[in-house]
Every structure is written in C-alpha cells, then in structure tokens.
Ligand binder design. Structure first.
Ligand SMILES: Cc1cc2nc3c(=O)[nH]c(=O)nc-3n(C[C@H](O)[C@H](O)[C@H](O)COP(=O)(O)OP(=O)(O)OC[C@H]3O[C@@H](n4cnc5c(N)ncnc54)[C@H](O)[C@@H]3O)c2cc1C
Length: 294
C-alpha cells in the first residue's frame, strides 16, 4: 500500500518547524528518520496532510557532556549512539541497549528523538530514559519545557508532547562511581521488538545495592519503573528476598496478551529478568534462578 497524498516541507530552522506545526496542528507530522512514520503512513494507519522534515536541522544533532549531564540532540541517530565514545564512557547502558534497536539499516536512519516521540511500549530507548532519570527537552510556541522521562510517556504511542511541540534533546545524568547496569530483552530474533525487556542501573557497594532502578518494557502501555526495586536496596540479597521482590513485581505489572506472548508468560519472563539482573549486578550467578517461589 502507498501513503495517502501529502504535502512536504523541509524546515529551515527550529523556529520554522515550530511555525509550520503551529499553523497546521493535528494535520502535520514531524519527519526525522522516517523509520516508524513512513511505515505507518504506507499502511495508512495515519494520513497526515503535511510532513515537516526536520532532517536538515544540524543544531538538533550531537552528543555533548557538560558537568555531570550528557545532552543528546533529538536528531542523533541510533548508529551515532552506538559509535559514541562519550555514550560508552558516561552512559554505557545506552550503548548496550541500542544494539537491540532494530537492524543496522534502521539504526542508520532512525533517531533517538523519533524513537522517544513514537513511544512504542515495546521500544528499548524509552525504558532506558526512564531508568536513567533522563529529562526530555521540548520546544513549542511558548518556549522550552523540560519533562522527566517518567512523566513523558503517557500511553501506547502517547507522550506529553503537544502537536505544536518538537522534541529537541534529552539530558541524562552521567553514570556515578560504582555504577553498574543491566540490559536484557527476550525477542524472537535479535533486533525484533522485545517480548519483555528490562533496563536497570544500580550503585553497587560491596555486596549491597545502595541504589537500583528497574525499567521494564513491553509489559504495560508505557515503560514501568518497578517499585519492587526498593525491596533489594540496602539489604543482603538472599533467595528469599529475591522471591519477595519478585512477588511485589508481579503485583505491579499490567502486561497485555498479543500474538507473541500471553499475560502469564510476560509476567514469568519479567521475573526471570529480575533474578538475572540482580545476579549480574551483584556478581552472584547462584541468584539467577532464584526469582520465583518453588
Ligand atoms: C523493521 C523494523 C524494526 C524495528 N525494530 C525496532 C526495535 O526493535 N526497537 C525500537 O525501539 N524501534 C524499532 N523500530 C522502530 C524505529 O526504529 C524507531 O521507532 C525509529 O528509530 C524512530 O526514529 P525515526 O527518527 O525514524 O522517527 P520517525 O519515523 O521519523 O518518527 C516517528 C514518530 O515520532 C515523531 N517525531 C519524530 N521526531 C520528532 C521530534 N524531534 N519531535 C517530535 N516528534 C517527532 C514523528 O512525527 C512520528 O510520529 C523498527 C522499525 C522497523 C521498520
């Protein structure tokens, strides 16, 4: 199938893009890498009347470290994240997660801004932003807004972005001393959207997790920052503690059934990931199979 007829405008500046969005409202769509927008248009899931191509706006590209924050421009492509020494050094979770986003051809064009604005609940990068406590920076007619990643994702393909706003950048705190991360997803093939996935970051002091953030994806209508993490902080983690954390996790997830997995399978896989995550972070392989009560 082909997309419905549409008009095309190549924005010459952020201000110009914002003017076009303000003028056309719901009838316009931003084009970044096109890796989600064009398939959706070709399948006629959406039929915008105007495409605002922001691909030439070089001010929206790039990665820069300032103090204890790392800023990534919205048009930074997945391949640039993958190849960035700044990301590898300061946000290694992201370097690892990006290898799971689609395939090289898509990573060569797809952008971080597009991935976050698209807000697929099974996507990797939204969960990474939540676990990293990132700030999403958007610009609209009234100026700039800074939105915490936890508040940005509001439902399936829904975000706090207004139709006349542009996602311009994200800011991520750089990894602290003693910081460790974990990323794993179950997918039918490497590069497919995950059936269930977990991005985690922790501070590990000796045998104890003194901080732990767990963000699941593909288990709800948006990334889930799991409260079960609190059960694992500042305690000696035993199999019993892990079973308790696992039970708390089961109570807070709201997975959906689809062609890939049932609700119970998703719950089970989420618990498997929790145990593997804690085992990996603490360097205690014996915990990897201790997540569920016998
Ligand atoms: C075969 C295939 C497999 C895929 N597998 C995965 C996967 O495993 N994981 C994954 O996460 N994704 C996957 N994707 C989706 C795709 O990789 C990402 O969603 C994509 O990278 C989005 O970025 P983009 O720049 O291409 O966005 P676009 O397609 O250009 O835009 C996506 C949406 O975001 C809006 N938008 C884009 N940029 C902005 C902005 N700066 N401000 C406001 N709104 C904006 C657009 O209007 C549109 O609604 C896959 C896609 C394909 C075709």
């Amino acid at each position: 199938m082909k997309a419905s007829a549409f008009s095309y405008a190549r924005a010459t500046s952020v201000v110009n893009a914002l003017e076009l969005l303000a003028e056309h409202g719901e009838r316009a769509k931003v084009l970044s890498g096109g890796q989600s927008l064009m398939p959706a248009m070709n399948l006629r899931l959406i039929s915008p009347e105007l495409i605002v191509d922001i691909g030439d706006l070089t001010e929206l590209r790039g990665i820069a470290v300032t103090g204890d924050r790392l800023r990534i421009g919205a048009l930074t492509r997945h391949v640039d994240l993958l190849n960035s020494p700044e990301i590898a050094t300061h946000v290694p979770l992201l370097s690892e997660a990006v290898t799971h986003v689609a395939h090289p051809a898509i990573r060569n064009r797809g952008t971080i801004g597009g991935s976050l604005a698209h807000a697929d609940p099974a996507a990797e990068l939204p969960a990474c932003m939540v676990v990293l406590n990132a700030t999403i920076i958007v610009r609209g007619p009234a100026g700039e807004r800074r939105i915490s990643a936890e508040d940005f994702f509001t439902g399936i393909y829904e975000t706090a972005l207004a139709v006349d706003e542009l996602l311009v950048a994200v800011e991520v705190p750089v990894a602290q001393k003693h910081s460790a991360h974990f990323f794993c997803e179950f997918a039918r093939r490497h590069g497919d959207y995950g059936i269930v996935g977990l991005a985690a970051q922790a501070v590990v002091q000796g045998d104890v997790l003194t901080d732990l953030r767990l963000a699941y994806f593909a288990v709800s209508d948006r990334p889930v920052l799991a409260g079960a993490a609190t059960k694992l902080i500042n305690v000696a983690v035993t199999p019993t503690v892990l079973v308790q954390a696992s039970a708390a996790l089961g109570a807070e997830l709201d997975p959906q059934e689809d062609q890939q997995a049932s609700v119970s399978m998703r719950r089970h896989l989420a618990k498997v990931l929790l145990a593997r995550c804690v085992a990996a972070l603490l360097g205690r392989p014996e915990l990897a199979n201790a997540g569920e009560a016998p």
